[in-house]
Design a protein around this ligand. Sequence first.
Ligand code: ZN
Ligand code: FE
Length: 242
Amino acid sequence: MTIDVARIPVLSDNYVWLAHDAASGETAVIDPAVAEPVLAAAAERGWTITQIWNTHWHPDHTGGNAEIKAATGCTITGPAAEAERIPTLDVQVTGGDVVTLGAITAQVIDVPAHTAGHIALHLPTEQVVFVGDTLFAMGCGRLFEGTAEQMFTNMQTLGALPPETVVYCAHEYTQSNGRYALVAEPDNADIAARMAQVDAARTKGEPTVPTTIALERATNPFMRARDAAQLAERRAAKDAFR
Ligand code: ZN
Ligand code: FE
């Protein structure tokens, strides 16, 4: 792994990520909800933003696009299927396409369901994946524009990445997800152990992401769903869970 990844907490529970490649001097911003804190975080590190990668059109993932582009002249890459809803887009991509950060390659993976064109970006040499609002720590995105079948496929696809892959998701939803996970799989000791750590971290105001594919395979009730029907059942239960 040669890239440096920085976490920028914004709004109530969003994480914007900066991926910096020292070799080329390139820096990509993933899902900038807002501009100011992102520009400040890059400046603080002496990093120059050259790209924005959007995983989907939601405003809490694209709201900073225009201002960051105006300030830096960066190139914005995002899902072709959502181009009309991301008006600042320069480069439209779809599953199987490749995006580069210097000499580093990011594979575009289609993960529709939260939104119809949602993508993830997997950097195999770096062992990292940026998943937006598709996969969360012990959770998955809500099904706003797709089906449980699609989300089941997404969980299988992401779950098949190498277990050591570090997963950068766009929200701090872990504690709420974990409370539901304990109910969905009451006998899963890995979930109970993880929740003890999560509760301790949140008490101290610490983040609980990134996560890893291995940890999600062990503790994520959506990745662990045996089929689409069980994922649908669990998603509906989580939507209603307090
Ligand atoms: Zn979203
Ligand atoms: Fe979001």
